[in-house]
Design a protein around this ligand. Structure first.
Ligand code: ADE
Length: 249
């Protein structure tokens, strides 16, 4: 069973997301153990101080080293694996599906969510922590980012998804966006399901879906499309300069 420790000033923020759907089921089935720790309980002074003014001046407050180190040392003593320490910050490496897959293979993660302007740099240095960002925008704390990491990682763990769901089919698992989906009714407010999906011709359907995936990726995410093409060419699946695979838009 994977263990995920979450170190935060707001453990209550995690309760609802961890208590529904896939995360709830994964915890009930002992696929993952998620342990929430309140950093404030490890404050070393009488006021339970966890942040202070930045050396050198400037706006905002900085998360202090002593409570964070004490909290990490406390949770580390609870299980044998040291755990991979991750700080959620906008300065981190961007979270990608490849990174999520990598994290899902770890026996233990220690996620540290910060509030205020950021962490004292010695937290990253002294704990040999890596930083992860969930995107190029600024949240008011790392909690929501930690929840995003947990959700994306846990759904990949063996047994977390039901039989009908499959992580292998996800967007990004092959570097392309997913094709469009349809279900009943066949006509809704004049909008028809594409005829080919009703044809029963599985070969043609698979080909149509692949074309749709490629077209959508090319239109919406030219960055992903270029990376996919480059990968295909590197694998020699497409001879260089072959224009046939390019989709008209
Ligand atoms: N904390 C604040 N903003 C963040 C972001 N974009 N990703 C991860 N942690 C954050």
């Amino acid at each position: 069973m994977m263990r995920i420790d979450v170190l935060t000033l707001f453990p209550e923020m995690f309760e609802s997301p961890l208590s529904h759907s896939i995360l709830k089921r994964a915890r009930q089935r002992d696929i993952v153990q998620i342990v929430l720790s309140n950093i404030r309980q490890f404050a070393t002074d009488a006021y339970r101080k966890v942040d202070d003014k930045p050396y050198g001046g400037g706006a905002g407050m900085v998360m202090m080293c002593p409570p964070v180190f004490a909290c990490v040392e406390h949770v580390r003593a609870e299980a044998p694996e040291p755990g991979r320490v991750i700080l959620l910050t906008p300065q981190g490496a961007p979270l990608t599906q490849a990174k999520v897959v990598e994290l899902s293979r770890e026996p233990r993660l220690i996620l540290i969510a910060g509030r205020y302007e950021g962490f004292d740099e010695r937290i990253r240095e002294g704990l040999d922590a890596e930083e992860i960002s969930i995107g190029d925008y600024v949240l008011s704390g790392g909690e929501l980012a930690a929840m995003v990491v947990i959700d994306a990682v846990v759904r990949l763990l063996d047994g977390a998804l039901g039989d009908e769901d499959s992580a292998a089919q996800d967007s990004f698992s092959d570097g392309l966006l997913e094709y469009p989906h349809y279900t009943r009714p066949e006509v809704f407010r004049g909008m028809r399901v594409p005829e080919i999906l009703l044809s029963g011709d599985h070969g043609k359907i698979a080909q149509w879906r692949m074309e749709q995936s490629l077209r959508r990726t090319q239109q919406r995410r030219p960055d992903l499309y270029a990376a996919w093409l480059a990968r295909r060419q590197a694998e020699n699946k497409i001879p260089q300069n072959d224009k046939k695979q390019e989709i008209e838009t």
